[in-house]
Write a protein of this length. Structure first.
Length: 93
C-alpha cells in the first residue's frame, strides 16, 4: 500500500506541480485557486485517493483499470473524448 501524503502536503505538492509547469495558481481576482475548484484526471486508485486527500475533485479514466476499481472518483469515463466543458462545470459548480 503506497504512503499517501497528508492533506496539507498533497496540496503543496499539487501547487509545486502547477508552478513547475507554468500554470497560474491564482484566480482572476488574485486569490489562490482553492483545491475544491480543481479537477484532477487520474487512472489509478492510489492517485484518486491522493487527489481526494488534497481536497480536489477527481475524474477517473479507465485507461489502466476497470471502472469498478476507480469508483472513489467523482466521475469515471472511458475516454477523455467523453469529457466536455459542461461536464467539468457540473463537477465544480
Amino acid at each position: 500500500m503506497p504512503i499517501l501524503p497528508s492533506r496539507r502536503n498533497a496540496r503543496r505538492f499539487g501547487l509545486r506541480i502547477f508552478k513547475k509547469n507554468g500554470i497560474n495558481t491564482q484566480a482572476r481576482n488574485g486569490q489562490p485557486i482553492a483545491a475544491a475548484d480543481c479537477v484532477v484526471i487520474e487512472d489509478s486508485k492510489e492517485d484518486i485517493r491522493a487527489a481526494r486527500r488534497a481536497g480536489m475533485k477527481c475524474l477517473a479514466v479507465t485507461n489502466s483499470h476497470p471502472a469498478e476499481l476507480l469508483s472513489d472518483a467523482d466521475a469515471v469515463v472511458k475516454s477523455l473524448e467523453d469529457v466536455h466543458l459542461n461536464f467539468l462545470q457540473k463537477m465544480c459548480p
